[in-house]
Design a protein around this ligand. Structure first.
Ligand SMILES: NC(=O)c1ccc[n+]([C@@H]2O[C@H](COP(=O)([O-])OP(=O)(O)OC[C@H]3O[C@@H](n4cnc5c(N)ncnc54)[C@H](OP(=O)(O)O)[C@@H]3O)[C@@H](O)[C@H]2O)c1
Length: 283
């Protein structure tokens, strides 16, 4: 049975659903049921010997707020995953493209040097290092630009869908490039890794995003189009949309290693279109 930590987040909810669909037994725990940074809670939940793998979707994800709350970010993103791994249960842990500085022009391989430019990125990198150097079993799966159309989730795609109907024009950053990734596709990939036994290997790094890349502006244009809205999407530069934490200008991740495992990410365009299609079918 797998233990899903952070089960009420956007990825956690997608993993829950994917596990149900695949008939994989799981226990889903939100922060109230399991605070991953609380050693006593981790011991209480993990000592039960019920679980053969932990899938960790719990994290402090407020990228801008992390600049002013580094302790909270490090507790959840560095200490938390280390605590989970210390239980001795193999771990599939999710990390981020924000461990890179964004100066590359080619997709980042797993072994490219990590140089985070934000507190969030630093805290996630500290989590990676604790796992990779701790002699644990499992995988650190980096991803990027995660979104879901699921009710109750907060992400770029859902914000643009709403604004597309509220505004005549929106301004969106056109000089940051990455790979929009459907939470449901990432959830599927994590469970595929579990079924392939990837969690039993010595701790290693993998990348999973949807394939291809675009800018936030390109992503927004496609969302507005699929939404059937008339809203104009104006390209702007990062300097015109100042944020508390710097973002990497380029954070496309190489997918060669995950492909070699027989997991083929579909294109971000196909994933987005499919997500809209499924939403229509279900409403
Ligand atoms: N979203 C993205 O674009 C993106 C990109 C790259 C990588 N990632 C990574 O993907 C993973 C999933 O992110 P997401 O988008 O699903 O984020 P999310 O929606 O913010 O979910 C994170 C969940 O973790 C919970 N959490 C925070 N601290 C915790 C703790 N100490 N113990 C237990 N649970 C805790 C949060 O609960 P509360 O809400 O109660 O705090 C929330 O339910 C994270 O590792 C993130 O770093 C995300």
């Amino acid at each position: 049975m797998i233990l899903i930590a952070g089960a009420s987040g956007q990825l956690g909810a997608a993993i829950r659903e994917a596990a149900s669909l695949r008939g994989i037994p799981f226990a889903a725990m939100d922060r109230d049921a399991l605070d991953i940074a609380d050693p006593r809670e981790v011991a209480r939940v993990c000592d039960s010997k019920l679980f053969d793998c932990i899938v960790n979707a719990a994290a402090y994800t407020a990228v801008d707020a992390a600049e002013d709350h580094p302790a909270e970010a490090y507790v959840a993103n560095a200490f938390g995953p280390w605590r989970l791994a210390m239980s001795g249960i193999p771990l599939l842990h999710v990390s981020t493209d924000y461990v890179f500085d964004g100066r590359a022009r080619e997709p980042y391989g797993e072994d490219a040097p990590a140089r985070p430019v934000s507190v969030y990125g630093l805290s996630k990198r500290a989590g990676e290092t604790a796992l990779l150097e701790g002699g644990f079993r499992g995988a650190v799966v980096r991803t990027a630009w995660v979104y879901s159309l699921r009710e109750g989730t907060k992400n770029f795609c859902r914000t643009i869908r709403r604004l597309a109907h509220e505004r005549e024009e929106i301004s969106v950053v056109a000089d940051q490039r990455g790979a929009p990734t459907l939470a449901e596709d990432l959830a599927d990939a994590l469970l595929a890794l579990y079924l392939k036994g990837e969690h039993l290997k010595p701790m290693h790094l993998l990348h999973f995003t949807n394939a291809g890349s675009t800018t936030w502006h390109g992503f927004a244009e496609r969302i507005v189009e699929l939404e059937g809205a008339r809203c104009r999407v104006k390209p702007i530069s990062t300097s015109e949309y100042p944020a508390r934490a710097p973002r990497p200008a380029f954070s496309v991740l190489s997918l060669e290693r995950i492909r070699a495992l027989g997991i083929e990410p579909r294109s971000w365009e196909d994933a987005l279109e499919d997500a809209f299609q499924r939403l229509k079918t279900h409403s």
